[in-house]
Ligand binder design. Structure first.
Ligand code: ADP
Length: 258
């Protein structure tokens, strides 16, 4: 059995995921980058003992990348299943991260899978796959990046049960950072306090808030012996902004914390 990845629940998301899986409902996870969506899905897949097929969507991703294609192998043309097809055949969980990035033809493939038909027609092989009860489709997107061209169409989003993610409350984030990095809790507390202040800057200067992921990185550098100020510069300031003035503002806040 695969070990269950560490995940600290923030609300009732684990129960909701499990119920959606039992009831054969597809799930949409919304939330900023680095707030635990991927970790949550890997945790739940391991808990439910289902194979997980994760695809990071990008603007070149086509339906064939998910369903499969004919490839030439050793002089012969053979059909190779894509991750979505494999998840259906194996009764696993397919997780499409940042679904809005994918090409439009991807949503066409997902529609018959996300209603009570639960099927995937494979035109190229002349097959119609019916998803077994244990198959589940999970997609995520970050409403923060939203622009008109890249938001999820209502006809697609209304096919999913949806769950909103955000950065965990301070006491939970502290537990996560301490556990992931091995840094002493009192030093993690300073980082969480810093994050609260940095997040207040959102919408003023920063496109995206500091994520739990970046806090874990910062704590990991500190646990390895790096000076906190240098760790924060490398793990927080540089990834968050390229602008000198903004970086200066962030550094001042960091100085005031450490
Ligand atoms: P997302 O998929 O939302 O971009 P991730 O799931 O990759 O974010 O989370 C980034 C990192 O933050 C994880 O690798 C993990 O270290 C940490 N993390 C965030 N939330 C949690 C949580 N609730 N429990 C455990 N770790 C978490």
């Amino acid at each position: 059995m695969t070990p269950i990845p560490f995940y600290v629940p923030v609300g009732n998301e684990c129960e909701l995921f499990e119920t959606a899986w039992q009831r054969r409902l597809p799930l949409l996870l919304k939330g900023p980058t680095g707030c635990g969506k991927t970790r949550f899905v890997t945790h739940m897949a391991a808990r439910l003992q289902r194979p997980l097929f994760t695809v990071s969507c990008h603007d070149d991703l086509t339906a064939a990348d998910l369903t499969g294609r004919f490839l030439i192998k050793g002089g012969e043309t053979v059909w190779v299943d894509g991750p979505l097809t494999r998840a259906i055949r194996e009764g696993g969980i397919c997780y499409l991260d940042e679904i809005v990035e994918a090409r439009k033809d991807v949503t066409v493939v997902l529609h018959p899978l996300t209603d009570d038909r639960r099927m995937l027609p494979l035109e190229r092989t002349n097959e119609i796959l019916h998803a077994p009860d244990t198959f589940m489709l999970v997609v995520s997107y970050n409403p923060g990046y939203q622009n008109i061209l890249k938001s999820l169409k209502p006809s697609t989003r209304q096919r999913f049960v949806a769950l909103s993610f955000n950065f965990p409350p301070p006491e939970i984030e502290l537990e996560i950072i301490a556990s992931e990095s091995g840094l002493a809790r009192d030093r993690c507390t300073a980082l969480v306090n810093l994050a609260t202040r940095l997040r207040l800057l959102k919408d003023v200067d920063l496109e995206e808030s500091v994520s739990t992921r970046l806090l874990v990185y910062c704590a990991t550098l500190m646990a390895a012996g790096l000076d906190p100020y240098q760790a924060a510069q490398a793990a927080l300031v540089e990834p968050l902004s390229d602008e000198t003035e903004v970086q200066q503002g962030l550094l001042e806040l960091i100085h005031a914390t450490f």
